[in-house]
Write a protein that binds this ligand. Sequence first.
Ligand code: PGA
Length: 254
Amino acid sequence: MSVKKLIAGNWKMNGSLAANEALLRALASGMPVQSVCAVAVCVPAPYLAQFQAMAVTLPALDGIDLGAQDVSAKASGAYTGEVSASMLKDFGCRYAIVGHSERRQYHFETDTLVAEKTQQALAAGITPIVCVGETLAEREAGQTESVVKRQLAAVIHANGHCISEIVVAYEPVWAIGTGKTATPEEAQAVHAVLRAQLKAATDHADRVKILYGGSMNAANAASLLAQADIDGGLIGGASLKAADFLTIIAAAVV
Ligand code: PGA
């Protein structure tokens, strides 16, 4: 793939004002001078403003885009606790993760809801990072392909011609936070399926970044990122350690 790779950190529900400041300062000082890959951090919503404020005084943060970990499926109104896409936009968010498996699992998010969240993000000019992935039981039952295709199909169906504007993240649920990574070949096989599905939906499928996520770390990033259809990574645990995240960024600069 010729697209610039994207390395996105997913901090999940981790951090504090002090810890975030230390992490962002360490990242800023270690960023490659000439960045050849795109980099983002998806922070908890309360810390979006902290990133925005730090970026003003720390020009080196320029090379890192801001992302959210979720977005409401509604535009505004009586939806207590929700954060809308336009609010994220106010805080300079370039990306929003949608349909992360932890949201699907613990918050019962359906394919339809994920498709609506994707629509909201796109309408606000935010790039949704749409997560798909099978559980261990689904993989063992030989359902990997049908599960990820079903999840992506809902998003394609609802977003039509805008679909080339999304980022997809293939995150096998059994690999998230477990230290078990899909082998580069296993991941590539699923990425190729997703690429083919995108090709059937848009002439610009080669422009869509398909990230791998699930225990990507400093040691295994290079071999995963070398695969033809792996255009970057969505990194949880290893994105909380500056040295590890910077090593992954360096592995994406090819
Ligand atoms: P992990 O998380 O890198 O800690 O496995 C990835 C993710 O859930 O996005």
